[in-house]
Design a protein around this ligand. Sequence first.
Ligand code: IMP
Ligand code: MG
Length: 249
Amino acid sequence: MSLAKNVRPMNRHRNGRHGAKYTGNQSKRLRPKSKSHPKRGKKSPAGNLKAKAPRWAATGRGTWRKEVQRVLITEEQIEKRIKILARDIERDFHGREMVVVSLLNGTVMFLADLMRHLNLPLRLDFMGVSSYGSGTESGELVFTKELRLDVRGRDVLLIDDILDTGKTLRHVLPKLRALKPRRIKICVLLDKPSRRIENIHADYAGFEIPDDFVVGYGLDFAERYRNLPFVGVLHPHVYKQACKQICRK
Ligand code: IMP
Ligand code: MG
């Protein structure tokens, strides 16, 4: 399966914002240990689980195979990058109790994986924000869930799946600022700078990606594909077909 060459983890030295220098060597992938290898010891339960997990993405036998044009970012790349992001965040929030505010629904996988690597005292809350647009363009933004935790005087880490035009965060930020937190830092898994309309920057960004519509690892098209364990480019025939159906109604 080919990987796009123009996807790169965000790099502190290139854009001057947060994000560790990414060498690809910082973390070692956990592999299932083999009993038969004398130096590797016993099989761990985690290793067994991993070995049994459906690897359809790698085998190409998945039902979504025809709908996802190509894998843009693999599970392994995401796993490595998240560990590095977590270390950067830990360093910046050291000694503070933070409130993680995650935007529903696209952040679910990213949030779960990032949070388990954050070795800091934190509280978690969600804001629901939905865009009622058609196809791949964002439309009118509607808040579907309000924050419940008090963030006044607190350090907030605002998490979103992807920073695209910036319209979503432009609506969310004033709402959050009105609650008088001490500071707000923005963390996104993906950054599509070529589509930016609003002047919004992420303090932490996993990967800078080209102008492709992506799905998987929490990101959806028409609420589907969120469960894919990787980030893939949606085949244009899928959203062109969906647009035709919407336009006919
Ligand atoms: P923005 O408001 O244009 O910055 O877009 C942010 C929101 O649009 C994200 O939280 C996603 O829900 C959605 N979005 C933008 N680009 C994509 C994409 O390529 N795939 C899936 N969702 C996207
Ligand atoms: Mg979203």
